[in-house]
Design a protein around this ligand. Sequence first.
Ligand code: ARG
Length: 122
Amino acid sequence: SLQKIKQKGTLVVGLSADYPPYEFTTKQNGKTKYVGFEVSLAQQFAKDLGVKLVIKNMNFDSLLVALETGKIDAIISGMNVTNERKKSVDFSNTYYSGDSYFLINKSDKDKLVNAKSFNGKT
Ligand code: ARG
């Protein structure tokens, strides 16, 4: 519960860091770091709650059980809502529709047709 999270002073978020740009890993000074927009989201949640963020990286398939057994406080891992999942966990409202786009100038539309067209241009 929220009260428990505040009492222990940590928000333990489970994710599977193999899903860019949602969550993935990067090496910084030889140290593995978790990055991605959902990692930023988790950091902001912890900040808003005034607690420390602890990230538990695991297989995507282990997340639901980890939440049900209290090993983690929440899942933030690009998980879509399904009727099956709704039986065991409570989903928030959606925060990302996936309906976003890559935009280019109209004048380039015949030249830049796929990822290959961008080689040497970025
Ligand atoms: N969106 C898909 C689902 O809900 C896959 C999510 C995979 N996420 C991950 N962090 N590997 O099943």
